[in-house]
Design a protein around this ligand. Structure first.
Ligand SMILES: Nc1ncnc2c1ncn2[C@@H]1O[C@H](COP(=O)(O)OP(=O)(O)O)[C@@H](O)[C@H]1O
Ligand SMILES: CC(=O)OP(=O)(O)O
Ligand SMILES: [Mg+2]
Length: 375
């Protein structure tokens, strides 16, 4: 079992990879994005996945690995997919409405096209499955919460796993003795407090809406705002869902949908863009301080994903004023670009600040191979 075909089906894109798990050699890789928008290669997820599967007619593939965002209480580790598991994933769709339904489409299309191959689901939530109870529970009626599975699950776990391992390798220290905060900043964004390789707190909650300011999601908000808007602005449940998941965050604050657009607008002098970035950075600093406290001290702060790996402004703004925590950036190192793990903290600073590229597809391929080998 060497060659794994990975499908990372997102809310508006499908990323794919054919990778040799032993050598990490990539036989094919790519993305179909902006699905459904004018000019995209694909009008919907089904068509995107069909096109991708067509491209692999000639390649050797031994197994298929799928990114599934929400595993709920049931899926706490990578799982071989059969009809019953597929139904289990379908049942979780309401908890991750932007993510699980397209993931399920990916599973169905791949199982139909490649029925002879084993398929594995790798869950974003799995890395956080053992969150300590005090971090996991919301302060609501316990019986009600348990009946409905209302708790913090946490997401981006596949990324946290590979990034925390890479950070420890870069620092040349055992993961088991490190306290780190990892900031996964992509379109969706979250933070995790990781002690000895285990997630002990994370900013996303029951769904991928809580926590940091994101591209189109609000992150933390007083839940009474929803009640207020329902009672006084006439918004119904679906409108609130669209408001908080799709029309908030950087988009809601500035009209720009992603960080690159936002930083360009700031350079052009747009006031609302500057304000949006200030709010985004304020929330990041808030979580860095909180997680330094949760961890009881800090060895490393790690930036990853599209924004974390590429935006010098965000990295610099995230640690501004946090010298008292031992966080001091070297702006020359911060301004450099490279596709590999690197240190951007001042050489005499007590806490390492790192930029570590994530690779969810490689991690999914490895976990897929590992579960199948253990069968
Ligand atoms: N050079 C850059 N400067 C600032 N932001 C960037 C840069 N390159 C990519 N990004 C941002 O990264 C985000 C996408 O990150 P990614 O991890 O690919 O997200 P996702 O997996 O959620 O689609 C976008 O907001 C994009 O603007
Ligand atoms: C869980 C989540 O938010 O994923 P993404 O960042 O890919 O949207
Ligand atoms: Mg992502």
């Amino acid at each position: 079992m060497r060659s794994v075909f990975v499908l990372n089906t997102g809310s508006s894109s499908v990323k794919y990879r054919v990778v040799d798990v032993e050598t990490a050699e990539v036989a094919a890789t790519g993305v179909i994005d902006r699905i459904g928008e004018p000019g995209s290669e694909a009008r919907d997820h089904r068509s995107a996945i069909a096109q991708i599967l067509n491209r692999f007619a000639g390649l050797r593939i031994d197994a298929v690995g799928h990114r599934i965002v929400h595993g709920g209480e049931r899926f706490v580790t990578a799982t071989v997919i059969d009809d019953e598991v597929e139904r289990g994933i379908e049942a979780l769709a309401p908890l991750a409405p932007l993510h699980n339904p397209p993931g399920l489409l990916g599973i169905r299309a791949a199982r139909a096209a490649l029925p002879e191959l084993a398929q594995v689901a790798v869950f974003d939530t799995a890395f956080h499955a053992a969150l300590p109870e005090a971090a996991r529970r919301y302060a609501i009626d316990t019986e009600l919460a348990d009946r409905h599975g209302i708790r913090r699950y946490g997401f981006h776990g596949t990324s946290y796993r590979i990034v925390s391992e890479r950070a420890a390798a870069f620092l040349d220290r055992p993961l088991g003795e490190l306290r780190m905060i990892v900031l996964h900043l992509g379109n969706g964004a979250s933070a995790a407090a990781i002690a000895g390789g285990r997630s002990i707190d994370t900013s996303m909650g029951m769904t991928p809406l809580e926590g940091l300011v994101m591209g189109t999601r609000s992150g933390d908000i007083d839940p009474a705002v929803l009640l207020y808007l329902q009672r006084n602005a006439g918004l119904d449940t679906d409108q609130l869902d669209v408001l908080l998941n799709r029309h908030s965050g950087i988009l809601g604050l500035s009209g720009h949908i992603d960080m690159r657009g936002l930083t360009d607008a700031i350079d052009a002098g747009e006031e609302s863009a500057r304000r949006a970035l200030d709010i985004y950075l304020h929330r990041l600093r808030h979580y860095i301080g909180a997680y330094a406290a949760v961890l009881g001290g800090l060895d490393a702060l790690v930036f990853t994903a599209g924004v974390g790996e590429n935006s010098r402004e965000v990295r610099s703004g995230a640690v501004e004023g946090l010298e008292f925590l031992g966080l001091r950036i070297d702006e020359t190192a911060n301004a450099e670009r490279s596709g590999v793990a690197r240190r951007i903290s001042a050489s005499d600073a007590p806490v390492a600040i790192l930029v570590v590229p994530t690779d969810e597809e490689l991690q999914i391929a490895r976990e897929t191979a590992a579960v199948l080998a253990a069968r």
